[in-house]
Each structure stands twice: as structure tokens, then as C-alpha cells.
Ligand binder design. Structure first.
Ligand code: EPZ
Length: 417
């Protein structure tokens, strides 16, 4: 298993190019199943979750060719409807093929995603909403057998809870349903807008009726298109936090600053100097880091996917901060490892009290989930001496070339087999 070795502490300086968004690419890859044509996708990040999703659509019959972050897909004989456990278990977003397969074939057999380090990850909201479109389903041996022999029919649906995945699955299913579907209490993450942009460019008819209400008029099929995926706002936020943490000075490129306003405002409050123009953000980290209480929330609130990273920064603050994780039930897996590096963080349920004035100590560490593992890299950048981070396959699920990008910014980091 590969490891990462980091010699801290040093300041990060320079420019980093932000890759395409993993969480926009995954639903868009699932959306390609709606097509019986050719599709070209650009700016896909070369990360494990994307490779897994490409493998999944390939097992479903898509002909694919992935190189230089570009994917050519030919679906003229994509006919399979079975998504197996061994691919879905490692990447929960595999459940996003359920909506398109059901819409296209009136039948789908998809493995239940199962839980993971950060929570049970149920799909009850997805399934309840799909039934509202006329689907019926049974759970047999850990698989969802979903059927809509008369095809899906448009309907009014209100999600009981804001869910990114359920909103995406229903947009996909309703795109080919007969008639009009209204989805209420939708998630409004930018990745959902990117999915809608992709589908509308392919001939779908999707529009926002209000802040969290979407109207979808079903179409017969989607057309051949070329599409370039948006930037990864969580990767961008991670590098901004890395700069603030190391009193660094970096420019992040190929981003839309309007989309990461919450992150920028939060970092300015904590103590970084940030300026931005149309596709880049410049940040200068300051010596004095101020404490700040943070609560994760659905977009446009503070993203749960940056909670572990901002926690590392708040360990360096002048006073204590409180972080509330309001999205997932168990997303403090990074706390034990950070405390082994000298942090003094105490958790109680979904609340973490983060004491400040931490002097991070280098250590041998264990990554547990994608965002927790990057928080260990951040802490290691700030710890004097050599840290080793094990199980970095978690990192490679969602960060493209993170060691190369950090090295280019002056970090002493190397991947060891
Ligand atoms: C997406 O996960 C992201 N993944 C997650 O990023 C992100 O943390 C999450 O949204 C929240 O922003 C992708 O986009 C591939 P949810 P998703 O459905 O869709 C509960 C990363 O690190 N829920 O919005 O699974 C659920 O348990 C990953 O890149 C139900 O109860 O998130 C959670 O507590 C991690 N029933 C809450 O809702 C359901 O049917 C939000 O989940 C669905 C969800």
C-alpha cells in the first residue's frame, strides 16, 4: 500500500491549477447512460472515484476511452441494467445509475451503496421519490430491483430532507419521464447546476422555479454533446486552507470565485488576505489565526467536505472554536489522528471543541476517509519533522496529483510505495 511522507513545516508559495470536480463528474457520468449516442466529457479529474464510475458505466455496456482528462463515450449499444456490489461498495455515488437506467429501460438492478466511515449513507429518500414517478422496487440480497414497466411518469415530489444524491437521481430519472416533474426542497450545490447545464445542453428541459424547486419536462432522448465539467470547489477550498495554515502565498487558478464565497469569507474572518478576479483567487496566510465557530450546512452554507480541513486551521487559532457537523452522523474520524499530532480536540456527538495554539508534532498516521486523509496532510505540512500518512488510497479517490501539486508549491512531500 502506498504512503505519503511529509517533512514540515514550510510555507506554500506559487500557483496551483484546480482540477475538474469529482462531485460534478460522478452524476454527469451517470447521466451519460440516458443517451443512446456519443458523448465527449472534458476536464474530468483523474481520481479513483472517476475511474470506478467509468468502470461501472463500462460494465453497463458503454464503450469508453479516457485519456488526458477527456472521456469519449459511445452508448449506441448500452443495454445492461445491473450495477454490481463490487463497484458500488467502494463508491457510493454508484447509486446514481439507478435513476437513468430506470428511466431508459424501465428496470434496474443496483447494489445498495452500504455505509462508510462517515455514516450509514441510506438511500430511502431516493427510493421514496422514485416511487412517486411510478417505479416500484424490492430490496433483495442487498440489491435494489426497481421496475417501471409502463415507464416513469412526471409528478410533484417534495424531498423530506435536503439530499445532493437524491436530487441528482431524481433529475436523471425525470429527464426521460413522461410529462412534467416538480422537485421541491432540492439540494442546490453547484455540482447540481453543472448536471442541469449538461442535461439542458443535451436537449433536456430543466429549470429552477424558485431557490430549491426544479421543474423537469421529460424528453424522449438526449442528444450527442461535448461538455466540460466545472472546477472542484472542495479541492480549491483545501488549497486555500493549506495556504492560510502555512502562512503561505498561493494563487489558485481555473476557479469561479463566486461559487466559493462562503469559504473565502470564512478564511478572511479566520485571518487570511484574499483577493480574486474572474477565474482565480489569491491568498496570503497571516501569522495570527483567529478562532471561529463553524456549522456545516447544505450549500451555500459551509461545506461538510471542508470540515476536517478547517478544523486543522482552527487548531492554530488564538482561542478555542466549536465546529458542528450537521450533515453526517460520524464525520470526526480525523480527530483521533489530529490529537495524536498534539491537537486538543474534544468531540461530543456532532460537536467538536477545537482548542487553539496547537503545535503540531510529526507522526505516523492512518487515513480513514477522503477528506479526513487530506486534513492529516495539512497538519503534517505544519508539523516540524517527518510525518507518514498510510492508506493514501483514500486521498487518491478525490484529489488529483495532490503530492505533485503540493510539491510544486514548495512542500517537502513524496509518495512511497
Ligand atoms: C454528496 O453525498 C457528496 N458526494 C458528498 O461528498 C457530500 O459530503 C454530500 O453530498 C453533502 O454535501 C457526491 O456528490 C458524490 P446527501 P450524498 O444525500 O449525496 C442523508 C466527498 O467527500 N440521507 O446530501 O451521499 C445522508 O445520510 C463526499 O466528496 C438520507 O438520510 O449526500 C446525510 O446525512 C462525501 N437518506 C445527509 O442526508 C437519503 O436517501 C446528506 O446526504 C440520502 C441522504
Amino acid at each position: 500500500m502506498q504512503k505519503i511522507e511529509v517533512f514540515g513545516a514550510n510555507k506554500l508559495k506559487g500557483t496551483v491549477k484546480i482540477s475538474g470536480s469529482k462531485n460534478a463528474s460522478l452524476p454527469i457520468l451517470a447521466a451519460t447512460l440516458l443517451s443512446r449516442n456519443k458523448i465527449k466529457l472534458k476536464n474530468l479529474p483523474k481520481v479513483r472515484d472517476i475511474e470506478t464510475m467509468i468502470k461501472l458505466i463500462q460494465t453497463l455496456g458503454s464503450k469508453v476511452n479516457f485519456k488526458n482528462n477527456q472521456l469519449n463515450i459511445n452508448n449506441n449499444n448500452q443495454t445492461k441494467k445491473f450495477a454490481s456490489y463490487n463497484l458500488v461498495k467502494t463508491m457510493r455515488a454508484g447509486i446514481l445509475v439507478l435513476g437513468p437506467l430506470l428511466a431508459k429501460f424501465g428496470f434496474a438492478k443496483v447494489s445498495l451503496p452500504g455505509g462508510c466511515a462517515i455514516g450509514t449513507r441510506p438511500i430511502d429518500i431516493h427510493l421514496k421519490a422514485l416511487s412517486k414517478l411510478g417505479a416500484s422496487y424490492k430490496i433483495i440480497d442487498g440489491y435494489v430491483h426497481a421496475m417501471a414497466p409502463q415507464g416513469l411518469k412526471g409528478n410533484q415530489i417534495r424531498f423530506s430532507k435536503i439530499s445532493v444524491g437524491a436530487t441528482e437521481n431524481l433529475i436523471l430519472a425525470a429527464s426521460l419521464a413522461k410529462g412534467i416533474t416538480i422537485l421541491k426542497n432540492c439540494a442546490i450545490e453547484p455540482e447540481i447546476q453543472d448536471l442541469i447545464n449538461f442535461l439542458n445542453k443535451a436537449g433536456c428541459k430543466i429549470s429552477w422555479l424558485s431557490k430549491r424547486t426544479i421543474k423537469i419536462t421529460g424528453v424522449k432522448q438526449i442528444n450527442e454533446i461535448n461538455y466540460s465539467v466545472m472546477f472542484d470547489r472542495i479541492e480549491a477550498g483545501t488549497y486555500l486552507i493549506a495556504a492560510a495554515l502555512t502562512e503561505g502565498k498561493i494563487k489558485i487558478k481555473d476557479v469561479d470565485p463566486k461559487i466559493i464565497q462562503t469559504e473565502i469569507k470564512t478564511l478572511k474572518k479566520i485571518g487570511a488576505k484574499i483577493t480574486s478576479n474572474n477565474n482565480e483567487v489569491n491568498i496570503i496566510g497571516k501569522k495570527k489565526i483567529k478562532n471561529l465557530n463553524i456549522k456545516t450546512a447544505p450549500y451555500p452554507g459551509f461545506p461538510t467536505d471542508l470540515q476536517a480541513q478547517i478544523m486543522v486551521l482552527l487548531c492554530k487559532a488564538d482561542k478555542k472554536s466549536v465546529i458542528k457537523e450537521d450533515i453526517f452522523e460520524n464525520r470526526f474520524m480525523h480527530v483521533a489522528e489530529l490529537n495524536r499530532m498534539g491537537a486538543r480536540i474534544y468531540t461530543q456527538g456532532n460537536k467538536a471543541v477545537v482548542n487553539g495554539e496547537t503545535k503540531f508534532l510529526a507522526a505516523e498516521l492512518m487515513a480513514t476517509d477522503l477528506r479526513a486523509s487530506v486534513s492529516l496532510v495539512l497538519a503534517a505540512l505544519n508539523a516540524k519533522g517527518k510525518s507518514i500518512i498510510n492508506r493514501i488510497y483514500h486521498l487518491d479517490r478525490g484529489y488529483e496529483n495532490i503530492d505533485k501539486k503540493l510539491k510544486k508549491l514548495g512542500a517537502k512531500i513524496k509518495r512511497i510505495n
